[in-house]
Design a protein around this ligand. Structure first.
Ligand code: FAD
Length: 451
Protein backbone atom coordinates (compact mmCIF):
# COMPACT_ATOMS: atom_id res chain seq x y z
CA UNK A 1 0.00 0.00 0.00
CA UNK A 2 3.03 2.34 0.20
CA UNK A 3 3.54 2.26 -3.52
CA UNK A 4 2.67 5.33 -5.54
CA UNK A 5 1.74 5.32 -9.19
CA UNK A 6 1.18 7.45 -12.25
CA UNK A 7 -2.06 7.60 -14.24
CA UNK A 8 -0.89 8.43 -17.72
CA UNK A 9 -3.91 9.83 -19.60
CA UNK A 10 -3.89 9.60 -23.40
CA UNK A 11 -7.22 9.17 -25.16
CA UNK A 12 -9.19 8.45 -21.99
CA UNK A 13 -9.74 11.97 -20.70
CA UNK A 14 -12.25 11.20 -17.96
CA UNK A 15 -12.46 10.17 -14.31
CA UNK A 16 -15.65 8.08 -14.41
CA UNK A 17 -15.72 4.53 -15.75
CA UNK A 18 -11.95 4.52 -16.12
CA UNK A 19 -10.59 1.14 -14.97
CA UNK A 20 -6.94 2.19 -15.36
CA UNK A 21 -7.53 5.13 -13.03
CA UNK A 22 -9.20 2.89 -10.47
CA UNK A 23 -6.16 0.58 -10.56
CA UNK A 24 -3.79 3.52 -10.29
CA UNK A 25 -5.69 4.93 -7.32
CA UNK A 26 -5.46 1.75 -5.27
CA UNK A 27 -2.00 2.60 -3.87
CA UNK A 28 -0.63 5.31 -1.61
CA UNK A 29 -0.87 8.12 -4.14
CA UNK A 30 -1.46 8.76 -7.83
CA UNK A 31 -0.08 11.38 -10.20
CA UNK A 32 -2.50 12.33 -13.00
CA UNK A 33 -0.23 13.01 -15.99
CA UNK A 34 -0.65 14.03 -19.62
CA UNK A 35 2.32 14.21 -21.99
CA UNK A 36 1.96 16.45 -25.01
CA UNK A 37 3.79 14.32 -27.55
CA UNK A 38 5.02 16.36 -30.55
CA UNK A 39 4.73 13.27 -32.75
CA UNK A 40 0.94 13.49 -32.31
CA UNK A 41 0.46 17.18 -31.62
CA UNK A 42 2.44 18.63 -34.54
CA UNK A 43 0.66 16.86 -37.43
CA UNK A 44 -2.82 17.38 -35.91
CA UNK A 45 -4.83 20.12 -37.57
CA UNK A 46 -5.81 23.24 -35.64
CA UNK A 47 -9.39 22.04 -34.84
CA UNK A 48 -8.09 18.77 -33.36
CA UNK A 49 -5.50 20.61 -31.30
CA UNK A 50 -8.07 23.14 -30.09
CA UNK A 51 -10.46 20.37 -29.08
CA UNK A 52 -7.76 18.41 -27.26
CA UNK A 53 -6.66 21.57 -25.43
CA UNK A 54 -10.26 22.21 -24.32
CA UNK A 55 -10.64 18.60 -23.22
CA UNK A 56 -7.44 18.79 -21.13
CA UNK A 57 -8.73 21.95 -19.46
CA UNK A 58 -11.97 20.10 -18.66
CA UNK A 59 -10.06 17.15 -17.18
CA UNK A 60 -7.95 19.55 -15.14
CA UNK A 61 -11.16 21.24 -13.89
CA UNK A 62 -12.55 17.84 -12.79
CA UNK A 63 -9.32 17.14 -10.91
CA UNK A 64 -9.36 20.58 -9.29
CA UNK A 65 -12.77 19.78 -7.87
CA UNK A 66 -10.86 16.98 -6.13
CA UNK A 67 -8.27 19.48 -4.92
CA UNK A 68 -5.53 18.45 -7.32
CA UNK A 69 -4.63 19.20 -10.93
CA UNK A 70 -3.46 17.60 -14.15
CA UNK A 71 0.33 17.60 -14.45
CA UNK A 72 1.41 18.24 -18.03
CA UNK A 73 4.76 17.61 -19.67
CA UNK A 74 5.83 18.33 -23.25
CA UNK A 75 8.12 15.96 -25.12
CA UNK A 76 8.79 12.35 -25.96
CA UNK A 77 6.81 10.12 -23.58
CA UNK A 78 9.78 7.75 -23.36
CA UNK A 79 11.62 10.46 -21.44
CA UNK A 80 8.77 12.40 -19.87
CA UNK A 81 6.78 9.52 -18.40
CA UNK A 82 9.92 8.00 -16.90
CA UNK A 83 11.01 11.34 -15.48
CA UNK A 84 7.63 12.10 -13.89
CA UNK A 85 7.31 8.56 -12.50
CA UNK A 86 10.71 8.82 -10.87
CA UNK A 87 9.91 12.25 -9.41
CA UNK A 88 7.00 10.80 -7.43
CA UNK A 89 8.79 7.52 -6.68
CA UNK A 90 6.16 5.51 -8.57
CA UNK A 91 6.47 1.76 -8.97
CA UNK A 92 3.72 1.54 -11.58
CA UNK A 93 2.44 3.62 -14.49
CA UNK A 94 -1.16 2.87 -15.41
CA UNK A 95 -2.67 3.26 -18.87
CA UNK A 96 -5.60 2.10 -20.96
CA UNK A 97 -4.10 -0.13 -23.66
CA UNK A 98 -3.59 1.52 -27.04
CA UNK A 99 -4.05 -0.70 -30.09
CA UNK A 100 -3.11 1.78 -32.82
CA UNK A 101 0.19 1.31 -34.68
CA UNK A 102 1.91 4.35 -33.18
CA UNK A 103 0.48 3.92 -29.68
CA UNK A 104 1.44 0.28 -29.44
CA UNK A 105 5.00 0.96 -30.46
CA UNK A 106 5.28 4.02 -28.18
CA UNK A 107 3.98 2.02 -25.23
CA UNK A 108 6.49 -0.75 -25.84
CA UNK A 109 9.28 1.82 -25.82
CA UNK A 110 7.99 3.50 -22.66
CA UNK A 111 7.58 0.11 -21.00
CA UNK A 112 11.20 -0.79 -21.74
CA UNK A 113 12.46 2.59 -20.46
CA UNK A 114 10.42 2.29 -17.25
CA UNK A 115 11.65 -1.26 -16.69
CA UNK A 116 15.23 0.04 -16.50
CA UNK A 117 14.15 1.84 -13.34
CA UNK A 118 12.13 -1.03 -11.94
CA UNK A 119 8.81 0.62 -12.82
CA UNK A 120 6.03 -1.41 -14.44
CA UNK A 121 3.67 -0.22 -17.18
CA UNK A 122 0.24 -1.63 -16.33
CA UNK A 123 -2.43 -1.75 -19.05
CA UNK A 124 -6.01 -1.92 -17.82
CA UNK A 125 -8.96 -1.64 -20.18
CA UNK A 126 -8.97 0.05 -23.57
CA UNK A 127 -11.03 2.64 -25.43
CA UNK A 128 -13.38 -0.17 -26.50
CA UNK A 129 -16.13 -2.26 -24.90
CA UNK A 130 -14.21 -5.34 -26.06
CA UNK A 131 -10.48 -4.90 -26.57
CA UNK A 132 -9.20 -5.60 -30.11
CA UNK A 133 -8.02 -9.19 -30.51
CA UNK A 134 -10.59 -10.65 -28.12
CA UNK A 135 -13.39 -11.44 -30.56
CA UNK A 136 -12.32 -14.56 -32.44
CA UNK A 137 -14.10 -17.01 -34.71
CA UNK A 138 -14.47 -20.77 -34.08
CA UNK A 139 -10.92 -21.39 -35.36
CA UNK A 140 -9.47 -18.79 -33.03
CA UNK A 141 -8.93 -16.33 -35.88
CA UNK A 142 -9.97 -12.67 -36.01
CA UNK A 143 -12.98 -11.78 -38.14
CA UNK A 144 -12.48 -10.09 -41.49
CA UNK A 145 -16.11 -9.20 -42.09
CA UNK A 146 -18.32 -6.92 -39.99
CA UNK A 147 -21.58 -8.89 -39.60
CA UNK A 148 -20.18 -12.05 -38.00
CA UNK A 149 -17.83 -9.89 -35.95
CA UNK A 150 -20.71 -7.82 -34.61
CA UNK A 151 -22.67 -10.93 -33.61
CA UNK A 152 -19.69 -12.49 -31.86
CA UNK A 153 -18.88 -9.12 -30.26
CA UNK A 154 -22.39 -8.86 -28.81
CA UNK A 155 -22.17 -12.45 -27.55
CA UNK A 156 -18.76 -11.80 -25.99
CA UNK A 157 -20.29 -8.99 -23.93
CA UNK A 158 -18.55 -6.47 -21.68
CA UNK A 159 -18.38 -5.43 -18.08
CA UNK A 160 -20.67 -2.79 -16.63
CA UNK A 161 -19.41 0.76 -16.04
CA UNK A 162 -17.55 1.63 -12.85
CA UNK A 163 -17.55 4.80 -10.77
CA UNK A 164 -14.70 7.27 -10.54
CA UNK A 165 -12.37 6.43 -7.66
CA UNK A 166 -13.53 7.83 -4.35
CA UNK A 167 -11.01 9.48 -2.08
CA UNK A 168 -7.44 8.47 -2.89
CA UNK A 169 -4.36 10.56 -2.47
CA UNK A 170 -3.40 12.71 -5.47
CA UNK A 171 0.16 13.72 -6.33
CA UNK A 172 1.51 16.63 -8.37
CA UNK A 173 4.79 17.48 -10.07
CA UNK A 174 6.06 20.68 -11.71
CA UNK A 175 3.83 21.09 -14.69
CA UNK A 176 3.97 22.89 -18.01
CA UNK A 177 1.01 25.14 -18.81
CA UNK A 178 -2.01 23.39 -20.24
CA UNK A 179 -2.04 24.04 -23.98
CA UNK A 180 -4.15 26.99 -25.04
CA UNK A 181 -5.12 26.64 -28.63
CA UNK A 182 -8.03 28.60 -30.02
CA UNK A 183 -10.18 27.09 -32.75
CA UNK A 184 -9.34 28.54 -36.15
CA UNK A 185 -11.39 31.60 -37.17
CA UNK A 186 -14.92 30.65 -38.06
CA UNK A 187 -14.65 27.09 -36.67
CA UNK A 188 -17.22 26.27 -34.01
CA UNK A 189 -16.26 23.30 -31.87
CA UNK A 190 -18.53 21.32 -29.55
CA UNK A 191 -18.09 21.61 -25.78
CA UNK A 192 -15.30 19.32 -24.63
CA UNK A 193 -14.86 17.17 -21.56
CA UNK A 194 -16.46 14.44 -19.53
CA UNK A 195 -19.40 16.52 -18.29
CA UNK A 196 -20.21 17.75 -21.80
CA UNK A 197 -20.02 14.17 -23.12
CA UNK A 198 -22.45 12.83 -20.53
CA UNK A 199 -24.81 15.75 -20.99
CA UNK A 200 -24.89 15.28 -24.76
CA UNK A 201 -25.38 11.54 -24.45
CA UNK A 202 -28.20 11.80 -21.92
CA UNK A 203 -29.98 14.46 -23.98
CA UNK A 204 -29.55 12.32 -27.09
CA UNK A 205 -31.00 9.22 -25.46
CA UNK A 206 -33.98 11.21 -24.20
CA UNK A 207 -34.69 13.19 -27.37
CA UNK A 208 -33.46 11.43 -30.51
CA UNK A 209 -32.39 7.84 -29.95
CA UNK A 210 -35.86 6.45 -30.62
CA UNK A 211 -35.73 7.96 -34.14
CA UNK A 212 -32.10 7.05 -34.86
CA UNK A 213 -32.90 4.11 -37.10
CA UNK A 214 -35.07 6.16 -39.45
CA UNK A 215 -33.23 9.48 -39.42
CA UNK A 216 -29.56 8.64 -39.21
CA UNK A 217 -28.90 8.98 -42.94
CA UNK A 218 -30.40 12.47 -43.19
CA UNK A 219 -27.78 15.22 -42.94
CA UNK A 220 -30.51 17.86 -43.16
CA UNK A 221 -32.17 16.60 -39.98
CA UNK A 222 -28.86 16.51 -38.14
CA UNK A 223 -30.11 14.07 -35.52
CA UNK A 224 -27.17 11.73 -35.14
CA UNK A 225 -25.59 11.74 -31.70
CA UNK A 226 -22.29 13.56 -32.40
CA UNK A 227 -20.74 11.32 -29.77
CA UNK A 228 -17.80 10.42 -32.04
CA UNK A 229 -15.62 13.24 -30.74
CA UNK A 230 -16.28 12.32 -27.11
CA UNK A 231 -15.51 8.68 -27.88
CA UNK A 232 -12.37 9.62 -29.76
CA UNK A 233 -10.93 11.40 -26.73
CA UNK A 234 -12.36 8.96 -24.22
CA UNK A 235 -14.46 11.57 -22.48
CA UNK A 236 -17.00 8.79 -22.19
CA UNK A 237 -16.43 5.05 -22.44
CA UNK A 238 -18.57 3.08 -24.91
CA UNK A 239 -19.62 0.65 -22.22
CA UNK A 240 -21.24 3.54 -20.30
CA UNK A 241 -23.29 4.11 -23.43
CA UNK A 242 -23.94 0.41 -24.01
CA UNK A 243 -25.22 0.11 -20.45
CA UNK A 244 -27.80 2.81 -21.23
CA UNK A 245 -28.80 0.96 -24.40
CA UNK A 246 -29.16 -2.38 -22.61
CA UNK A 247 -32.71 -3.25 -21.86
CA UNK A 248 -34.06 -1.13 -24.71
CA UNK A 249 -35.61 -3.16 -27.48
CA UNK A 250 -36.45 -0.37 -29.92
CA UNK A 251 -34.90 -0.18 -33.39
CA UNK A 252 -33.12 3.07 -32.52
CA UNK A 253 -31.14 1.47 -29.69
CA UNK A 254 -30.44 -1.69 -31.73
CA UNK A 255 -29.09 0.29 -34.67
CA UNK A 256 -27.02 2.54 -32.42
CA UNK A 257 -25.42 -0.52 -30.83
CA UNK A 258 -24.51 -1.76 -34.32
CA UNK A 259 -22.83 1.53 -35.12
CA UNK A 260 -20.73 1.28 -31.98
CA UNK A 261 -19.82 -2.21 -33.18
CA UNK A 262 -18.44 -0.71 -36.42
CA UNK A 263 -16.09 1.39 -34.32
CA UNK A 264 -14.94 -1.71 -32.46
CA UNK A 265 -14.64 -3.73 -35.66
CA UNK A 266 -12.39 -1.20 -37.36
CA UNK A 267 -10.19 -0.99 -34.26
CA UNK A 268 -9.90 -4.78 -34.36
CA UNK A 269 -9.02 -4.78 -38.08
CA UNK A 270 -6.38 -2.08 -37.64
CA UNK A 271 -4.87 -3.97 -34.70
CA UNK A 272 -4.62 -7.12 -36.86
CA UNK A 273 -3.36 -5.27 -39.92
CA UNK A 274 -1.53 -2.14 -38.72
CA UNK A 275 -0.10 -1.52 -42.19
CA UNK A 276 -3.63 -0.70 -43.42
CA UNK A 277 -3.34 2.71 -41.79
CA UNK A 278 -1.51 3.52 -45.04
CA UNK A 279 -1.74 0.56 -47.39
CA UNK A 280 -4.65 -1.02 -49.19
CA UNK A 281 -6.41 -3.70 -47.14
CA UNK A 282 -6.95 -5.48 -50.46
CA UNK A 283 -3.53 -5.09 -52.04
CA UNK A 284 -4.74 -5.63 -55.61
CA UNK A 285 -6.13 -2.09 -55.51
CA UNK A 286 -2.63 -0.64 -55.28
CA UNK A 287 -2.19 -1.62 -58.95
CA UNK A 288 -5.14 0.47 -60.11
CA UNK A 289 -4.44 3.55 -62.19
CA UNK A 290 -4.98 6.77 -60.21
CA UNK A 291 -4.58 10.41 -61.14
CA UNK A 292 -1.97 12.60 -59.53
CA UNK A 293 -3.51 14.90 -56.98
CA UNK A 294 -3.72 18.40 -58.42
CA UNK A 295 -6.19 21.31 -58.68
CA UNK A 296 -9.16 18.95 -58.52
CA UNK A 297 -8.05 17.70 -55.10
CA UNK A 298 -7.84 21.35 -54.02
CA UNK A 299 -11.36 22.00 -55.31
CA UNK A 300 -12.60 18.98 -53.35
CA UNK A 301 -10.86 20.09 -50.18
CA UNK A 302 -12.24 23.60 -50.46
CA UNK A 303 -15.81 22.63 -51.37
CA UNK A 304 -15.66 24.01 -54.94
CA UNK A 305 -16.46 20.94 -57.04
CA UNK A 306 -19.79 22.25 -58.35
CA UNK A 307 -21.58 19.22 -56.85
CA UNK A 308 -23.69 20.75 -54.07
CA UNK A 309 -23.81 17.89 -51.57
CA UNK A 310 -20.06 17.28 -51.91
CA UNK A 311 -19.31 20.97 -51.42
CA UNK A 312 -21.71 21.23 -48.47
CA UNK A 313 -19.96 18.32 -46.73
CA UNK A 314 -16.47 19.65 -47.33
CA UNK A 315 -17.48 23.08 -46.03
CA UNK A 316 -19.22 21.61 -42.99
CA UNK A 317 -15.96 19.82 -42.21
CA UNK A 318 -13.96 23.05 -42.37
CA UNK A 319 -16.52 25.03 -40.36
CA UNK A 320 -17.19 22.53 -37.57
CA UNK A 321 -14.51 19.81 -37.60
CA UNK A 322 -17.25 17.25 -38.25
CA UNK A 323 -19.24 15.86 -41.18
CA UNK A 324 -22.34 13.72 -41.31
CA UNK A 325 -21.65 10.02 -41.99
CA UNK A 326 -23.74 9.78 -45.17
CA UNK A 327 -21.92 12.81 -46.56
CA UNK A 328 -18.51 11.37 -45.55
CA UNK A 329 -19.35 8.43 -47.80
CA UNK A 330 -20.51 10.66 -50.67
CA UNK A 331 -17.44 12.92 -50.62
CA UNK A 332 -15.08 9.96 -50.23
CA UNK A 333 -16.64 8.13 -53.16
CA UNK A 334 -16.45 11.34 -55.21
CA UNK A 335 -12.74 11.79 -54.55
CA UNK A 336 -11.82 8.20 -55.36
CA UNK A 337 -14.24 7.35 -58.15
CA UNK A 338 -15.04 10.68 -59.82
CA UNK A 339 -11.65 12.33 -59.38
CA UNK A 340 -9.61 9.06 -59.37
CA UNK A 341 -7.46 10.23 -56.46
CA UNK A 342 -6.14 7.61 -54.03
CA UNK A 343 -8.04 7.35 -50.76
CA UNK A 344 -4.99 8.18 -48.65
CA UNK A 345 -5.09 11.83 -49.80
CA UNK A 346 -8.68 12.19 -48.65
CA UNK A 347 -8.06 10.32 -45.41
CA UNK A 348 -5.17 12.66 -44.60
CA UNK A 349 -7.37 15.72 -45.15
CA UNK A 350 -10.05 14.22 -42.91
CA UNK A 351 -7.55 13.44 -40.15
CA UNK A 352 -6.35 17.00 -40.28
CA UNK A 353 -9.79 18.57 -39.92
CA UNK A 354 -12.00 16.07 -38.08
CA UNK A 355 -12.17 16.61 -34.33
CA UNK A 356 -13.26 12.96 -34.10
CA UNK A 357 -10.40 11.92 -36.41
CA UNK A 358 -9.69 8.33 -35.43
CA UNK A 359 -7.15 6.33 -37.40
CA UNK A 360 -9.11 3.06 -37.37
CA UNK A 361 -12.56 4.45 -38.22
CA UNK A 362 -11.18 6.97 -40.68
CA UNK A 363 -8.77 4.84 -42.69
CA UNK A 364 -11.23 1.95 -42.83
CA UNK A 365 -14.21 4.23 -43.51
CA UNK A 366 -12.21 5.46 -46.50
CA UNK A 367 -11.13 2.01 -47.60
CA UNK A 368 -14.70 0.72 -47.33
CA UNK A 369 -16.01 3.55 -49.49
CA UNK A 370 -13.14 3.22 -51.95
CA UNK A 371 -14.05 -0.45 -52.40
CA UNK A 372 -10.70 -1.76 -51.20
CA UNK A 373 -11.56 -2.33 -47.54
CA UNK A 374 -13.45 -4.77 -45.36
CA UNK A 375 -16.91 -5.89 -46.44
CA UNK A 376 -16.00 -3.82 -49.41
CA UNK A 377 -18.91 -1.92 -50.79
CA UNK A 378 -18.49 -3.33 -54.28
CA UNK A 379 -16.23 -1.03 -56.27
CA UNK A 380 -18.81 -0.71 -59.03
CA UNK A 381 -21.27 0.85 -56.59
CA UNK A 382 -20.42 4.44 -57.42
CA UNK A 383 -22.37 7.05 -55.48
CA UNK A 384 -24.13 9.54 -57.70
CA UNK A 385 -23.83 12.85 -55.82
CA UNK A 386 -27.03 14.22 -57.33
CA UNK A 387 -29.29 11.27 -56.54
CA UNK A 388 -27.67 10.85 -53.11
CA UNK A 389 -28.34 14.53 -52.43
CA UNK A 390 -31.96 14.31 -53.54
CA UNK A 391 -32.56 11.17 -51.50
CA UNK A 392 -30.94 12.16 -48.23
CA UNK A 393 -31.37 15.94 -48.32
CA UNK A 394 -34.75 16.02 -50.08
CA UNK A 395 -35.53 19.69 -49.52
CA UNK A 396 -31.94 20.84 -49.94
CA UNK A 397 -31.80 22.32 -46.43
CA UNK A 398 -28.34 20.82 -45.78
CA UNK A 399 -26.92 22.17 -49.02
CA UNK A 400 -28.42 25.63 -48.49
CA UNK A 401 -27.00 25.76 -44.97
CA UNK A 402 -23.41 25.15 -46.04
CA UNK A 403 -23.38 26.54 -49.58
CA UNK A 404 -24.89 30.02 -49.30
CA UNK A 405 -24.40 30.65 -53.04
CA UNK A 406 -27.24 28.14 -53.56
CA UNK A 407 -29.57 29.58 -50.92
CA UNK A 408 -31.93 31.03 -53.51
CA UNK A 409 -31.97 28.06 -55.90
CA UNK A 410 -35.49 26.64 -56.17
CA UNK A 411 -36.17 23.31 -54.42
CA UNK A 412 -35.59 20.65 -57.00
CA UNK A 413 -32.60 22.28 -58.66
CA UNK A 414 -30.52 22.74 -55.54
CA UNK A 415 -28.72 19.43 -56.08
CA UNK A 416 -28.13 20.10 -59.79
CA UNK A 417 -28.12 23.88 -60.24
CA UNK A 418 -26.82 23.51 -63.80
CA UNK A 419 -30.31 22.24 -64.73
CA UNK A 420 -32.02 25.35 -63.38
CA UNK A 421 -33.55 27.65 -66.04
CA UNK A 422 -31.70 30.49 -64.27
CA UNK A 423 -28.38 28.69 -64.60
CA UNK A 424 -25.72 28.17 -61.95
CA UNK A 425 -25.76 31.17 -59.55
CA UNK A 426 -22.90 33.63 -59.80
CA UNK A 427 -20.02 32.67 -57.54
CA UNK A 428 -20.79 28.92 -57.59
CA UNK A 429 -18.66 26.74 -59.88
CA UNK A 430 -19.88 24.58 -62.74
CA UNK A 431 -19.34 20.86 -62.05
CA UNK A 432 -15.62 20.09 -62.36
CA UNK A 433 -16.33 16.70 -63.96
CA UNK A 434 -19.10 14.86 -65.76
CA UNK A 435 -20.23 12.26 -63.25
CA UNK A 436 -21.44 9.71 -65.81
CA UNK A 437 -18.19 9.92 -67.77
CA UNK A 438 -16.03 9.55 -64.65
CA UNK A 439 -18.15 6.67 -63.43
CA UNK A 440 -17.43 4.83 -66.69
CA UNK A 441 -13.75 5.71 -66.40
CA UNK A 442 -13.63 4.38 -62.82
CA UNK A 443 -15.25 1.12 -63.89
CA UNK A 444 -12.81 0.76 -66.80
CA UNK A 445 -9.86 1.21 -64.45
CA UNK A 446 -11.39 -1.32 -62.08
CA UNK A 447 -11.91 -3.80 -64.91
CA UNK A 448 -8.21 -3.54 -65.77
CA UNK A 449 -7.16 -4.79 -62.32
CA UNK A 450 -9.76 -7.56 -62.16
CA UNK A 451 -9.46 -8.99 -65.69
P1 FAD B 1 -23.79 8.40 -34.89
O1 FAD B 1 -24.54 8.08 -36.14
O2 FAD B 1 -24.53 9.01 -33.79
O3 FAD B 1 -23.11 7.03 -34.45
C1 FAD B 1 -22.84 6.67 -33.10
C2 FAD B 1 -21.41 6.26 -32.96
O4 FAD B 1 -21.18 5.02 -33.65
C3 FAD B 1 -20.42 7.23 -33.54
O5 FAD B 1 -20.13 8.27 -32.65
C4 FAD B 1 -19.22 6.34 -33.83
O6 FAD B 1 -18.46 6.12 -32.67
C5 FAD B 1 -19.88 5.03 -34.22
N1 FAD B 1 -19.99 4.94 -35.68
C6 FAD B 1 -21.05 5.28 -36.43
N2 FAD B 1 -20.82 5.00 -37.74
C7 FAD B 1 -19.59 4.48 -37.80
C8 FAD B 1 -18.77 3.99 -38.85
N3 FAD B 1 -19.19 3.96 -40.13
N4 FAD B 1 -17.54 3.54 -38.55
C9 FAD B 1 -17.08 3.54 -37.28
N5 FAD B 1 -17.81 3.99 -36.23
C10 FAD B 1 -19.05 4.45 -36.49
N6 FAD B 1 -15.72 8.04 -37.32
C11 FAD B 1 -14.88 8.50 -36.37
O7 FAD B 1 -15.20 8.40 -35.18
N7 FAD B 1 -13.68 9.06 -36.69
C12 FAD B 1 -13.28 9.20 -37.99
O8 FAD B 1 -12.20 9.71 -38.24
C13 FAD B 1 -14.17 8.76 -39.01
N8 FAD B 1 -13.84 8.91 -40.33
C14 FAD B 1 -14.70 8.44 -41.29
C15 FAD B 1 -14.33 8.56 -42.66
C16 FAD B 1 -15.18 8.09 -43.65
C17 FAD B 1 -14.78 8.22 -45.11
C18 FAD B 1 -16.42 7.50 -43.31
C19 FAD B 1 -17.34 7.00 -44.37
C20 FAD B 1 -16.77 7.36 -41.98
C21 FAD B 1 -15.94 7.83 -40.96
N9 FAD B 1 -16.28 7.72 -39.58
C22 FAD B 1 -15.40 8.16 -38.63
C23 FAD B 1 -17.51 7.04 -39.18
C24 FAD B 1 -18.75 7.95 -39.01
O9 FAD B 1 -18.88 8.79 -40.10
C25 FAD B 1 -18.68 8.79 -37.74
O10 FAD B 1 -18.39 7.99 -36.61
C26 FAD B 1 -20.01 9.50 -37.48
O11 FAD B 1 -20.36 10.31 -38.56
C27 FAD B 1 -19.89 10.33 -36.23
O12 FAD B 1 -21.05 11.09 -35.99
P2 FAD B 1 -22.04 10.69 -34.82
O13 FAD B 1 -21.30 10.52 -33.56
O14 FAD B 1 -23.14 11.69 -34.86
O15 FAD B 1 -22.55 9.28 -35.33
Amino acid sequence: MDATSVMWFRRDLRLADNPALVEASAGAGVLPLFVLDPALWDPAGAPRRAYLAASLHALDASLRRRHTRLSVRHGDPVEEVVRAAREVGATTVHVAADFGPYGRDRDARVEAALAEHGIALVRTGSPYAVAPGRVLNGSGQPYKVYTPFSKAWAEHGWRGPIDAPHGGHWLEVDSAELPDEAAPDGVELPDAGEDAARKRWQAYVAEHLADYDGDRDRPDLDTTSRMSVHLKWGEIHPRTMLADLAGRTDAGAATYRKELAWREFYADVLAQRPETARDYLRPEFAAMEYDDPGPRLDAWREGRTGFPVVDAGMRQLRATGWMHNRVRMIVASFLVKDLHVEWQHGARHFMRWLVDGDLASNQHGWQWTAGCGTDAAPYFRVFNPVTQGKKFDPDGAYVRRWVPELAEVAGRYVHEPWQSPDGVPAGYPDPIVDHQEERREALDRYARITS
